[in-house]
Design a protein around this ligand. Structure first.
Ligand SMILES: [Zn+2]
Ligand SMILES: [Zn+2]
Length: 134
């Protein structure tokens, strides 16, 4: 089975160490030789375990024109054409929300906003007094 991780800093399609005894997601009778990170967002990602054959297919797919074609289209958030679309859930809707096809700019913007919100929450809003010298 594919694992779902918690928040993770590495990017989609990076390789990870395969846990001992792990089998291929598609071929349960074959040992996995590669663990490839799936689509990744601030919630974490899915890990895909692949046997040699599946790993080869996956790498070939990433280089293929179909894969490039799959990333092209119109961003569902900003409605602009993009060639780096990826699957993304709306943060407000959480893990049960639907998946959108979203461009890299919107993903970055959302990540920046989430980071800013986090900083704001951590801030002490009571230190507005006393700092005004004339
Ligand atoms: Zn396989
Ligand atoms: Zn967009």
């Amino acid at each position: 089975m594919a694992d779902v991780t918690g928040p993770i800093s590495t990017l989609a399609n990076s390789s990870h160490e395969v846990p001992d005894g792990q089998t291929c997601d598609d071929h349960p009778d074959r040992p996995a030789v590669a663990r490839i990170q799936g689509e990744t967002d601030s919630f974490g990602c899915e890990m895909n375990d692949m046997c040699a054959e599946c790993a080869d297919k996956h790498r070939a797919y990433l280089r293929s024109p179909e894969a490039a074609e799959h990333r092209k289209g119109t961003c569902e958030w900003c409605k602009k054409p993009a060639d780096d679309l990826r699957d993304r859930r709306d943060y407000e809707e959480g893990m049960s929300g639907r998946v959108y096809r979203v461009c890299g700019i919107c993903v970055k913007k959302e990540n920046d906003e989430l980071a800013a919100e986090e900083r704001a929450r951590g801030d002490d809003h009571d230190d507005f007094d006393g700092d005004y010298d004339d």
